[in-house]
Ligand binder design. Structure first.
Ligand code: RAM
Length: 348
């Protein structure tokens, strides 16, 4: 029985390989074909401490392990470009096949990434893009949709009226800044004429700094009606603070982008009614497949090309738009609230 099964498996594998080589001969850059194994791929998150980034990197490891590649996670502990540059240099020295990076800055990493590319290392950005040439950005969800939906959620909760503020990550973060740009655009619509963005503060994705700037914000704007924190570190810090200062909840509403695992307690006890996110593990997994597909020569990063991302299925590289170059979008964000926070699918 075992023998029969393995013969069948062998026959199936041979058929798949034959199909792959047929596609290659026909020169169709569809992403079909065999991924190279034995490669080393560097994941360079914003920092190595942020639980969101840790989950994303673990998703990358799942993908790379399935392919037979090795993941090296390397970054600093603070969200700065300077802290990421040694990791890019390490990837070059290790002759990595690809780098998957969450940019702490849109341009400061470009000279180092260009050196990596000159040494033959493929570059993928994920989570937070870099404005450097010749790379593919793996976006967690449509950038405009994330920004506008955050304002829509808060607006509906506070009756479209009052002072609001943003508790962001680092001031140079490409992802948060892009989302905030779309928040400002949404706020220009007539239905938000009574909602005023009074301040944006930056907690650098560090819990202690996030708490300090939050307290500063609350004392500067005692009538604040709403806070959007488009970072898992910021929203969890704010939720923890509001949970122990419940009188603030009489006039203040918190929303943003949070990890369901960190926010569950605060949703269930009414500190935060709803927030959004996507599955960061799937983001890392998708980035792992994109990097391996580039490193294997199955795709070159040109818009229109497709590649297979294991359990997630097939993804297409979208054309550049606005300031974003060629990108791949994981999928729409999910709104989490009391109705779904306990669901098994919210377990991350
Ligand atoms: C934080 C990071 C990350 C962002 C999430 C939503 O963990 O800033 O870049 O995507 O929040």
């Amino acid at each position: 029985m075992m023998l029969r099964r393995s013969r069948l498996a062998l026959a199936a594998a041979t058929a798949v390989m034959a199909a792959g080589s047929l596609v290659a001969v026909a020169g169709v850059a569809s992403g079909a074909g065999t991924l190279k194994s034995g490669e080393t791929i560097y994941f360079i998150p914003k920092d190595t401490l942020n639980p969101y980034e840790v989950i994303a990197d673990a998703g990358g490891k799942t993908a790379l392990t399935a392919i037979g590649d090795k993941e090296v996670i390397s970054s600093g502990t603070a969200d700065t470009a300077a802290a990421q540059i040694p990791s890019i240099q390490a990837a070059i020295a290790a002759k990595a096949a690809a780098i998957v990076i969450a940019g702490n800055d849109p341009s400061a990493l470009c000279p180092s990434l260009a050196k990596a590319q000159a040494a033959g290392v493929k570059v993928v950005s994920f989570d937070s893009d870099v404005n450097c040439p010749n790379h593919v950005f793996i976006n967690q969800a449509n950038t405009e949709q994330i920004g506008t939906s955050e304002v829509q959620l808060l607006g509906a909760e506070i009756g479209y009226s009052g002072q609001i503020a943003v508790l962001s990550a680092e001031a140079t973060a490409t992802n948060q800044n892009a989302w905030i740009g779309y928040m400002k655009q949404e706020l220009k619509l007539p239905k938000y004429s009574k909602m005023k963005l009074v301040s944006i503060v930056y907690g650098n994705d560090d819990p202690a700094t996030s708490l300090t700037v939050l307290q500063g914000l609350l004392s500067a704007y005692p009538n604040l009606r709403g806070i959007i924190s488009p970072t898992t570190v910021g929203i969890s810090t704010a939720a923890q603070y509001l949970d122990t200062h419940k009188s603030l909840l009489k006039h203040l509403t918190l929303t943003g982008l949070g990890l369901p695992s960190q926010m569950k307690k605060y949703v269930l006890d009414g500190t935060c009614a709803e927030f959004e996110l996507w599955n960061p593990s799937n983001l890392g997994y998708l980035a792992g497949y994109a990097a391996a597909s580039l490193a294997s020569g199955l795709i070159t990063g040109k818009p229109g090309q497709t590649f297979s991302a294991g359990k997630l299925g097939s993804y297409k590289i979208l054309p550049a738009s606005g300031t974003t170059g060629p990108s791949v979008v994981l999928g729409p964000p999910t709104v989490f609230n009391k109705a779904n926070i306990n669901a098994p699918s919210s377990n991350f």
